[in-house]
Design a protein around this ligand. Sequence first.
Ligand code: SAH
Length: 349
Amino acid sequence: MDSIRELINKLEKCHILSREELCFLIDNIGQEDEAYLYDRARRTALAHYGNAIYVRGLMEFTNHCKNDCYYCGIRRGNPNLTRYRLKEEQIMDCCREGYELGFRTFVLQGGEDPWYTDDKIACLVKGIKSMYPDCAVTLSVGEKEYETYKMWFDAGADRYLLRHETADPCHYARLHPNQMSSEHRKQCLKDLKAIGFQTGCGIMVGSPFQTTAHIAEDMEFMYELQPQMVGIGPFIPHHDTPFRDKAPGTLRQTLLLLAMVRLMLPSVLLPATTALGTIDPAGREKGVMAGANVVMPNLSPLEVRKSYMLYDNKISTGSEAASNIKELKERMEKIGYRVVTDRGDFKRI
Ligand code: SAH
């Protein structure tokens, strides 16, 4: 086996390593090589996107969900939650506010809420796109069939985020009830890509029962899929879920993964996620220094934000709030980056 340094160089040059090499790298990297990995990842992001940080206005428009994922605070089985859904007018108000603040991508994320039928979502997308034709719309509303995704794409949706959560079917089955399958989730991602969406997959780092081999498998899956976006954040337990007593993922492991994904998929759009900002007050900055180039501040109305608690202590104020974009800009400037106002589409060079 090559030394850690050689493996990092190989990942940068060839973009993929064998499963054994990936595992060896993840399990054996020490502090000095970590600094080297972050530096290579950051340089890769700079080479592809310069020092631009893309922002997305995140609207968590419903916390109703028909699924019962064991890790998630808005799972169906959590009775201790005020359920809400935003009306179309409220969503349009959020868009107006976001547009004025400079956002040119709107992300509609929610639980899998049957009240929001496929047609209603298509209407919503059409409404936003006709009002803001210069903006990108990203959907993140879970698993659907090909026809539905196609209808939403035809309605004008540009991007879709659907984390695969874990590529290993056995691990998947330990995070989700029987009704859900890793196979279907992966099929959704293939469909989304085939339809033409800029597609995002991703995982939680340190999710219960996750092993290094699982992470290596996730990397292989991402390499095969070649997504335009990858969402990676630490798992954080929620007190009203079956995983309440599980250990959270660590900052270190999350940064390691972000940097490795940057080297594997050099031009990927890679957010420094809210979960990363939740486990460390400087998590966003650290994520950017490890190769991330996107942040997704919260555009939801203040009164519903505390009800979209996917995990405990999820942050939604300060520079996490879209209304405080100024603070986010300042924080990014301090580390040599600039928040840009454009759609921030995927670029391949
Ligand atoms: N219903 C949509 C959106 C889910 S919420 C969908 O299925 O895609 C978005 C992401 O939050 C999930 O994909 C999951 O990876 C992450 N998430 C959920 N619970 C979490 C937790 N306890 N800790 C960290 N991330 C979590």
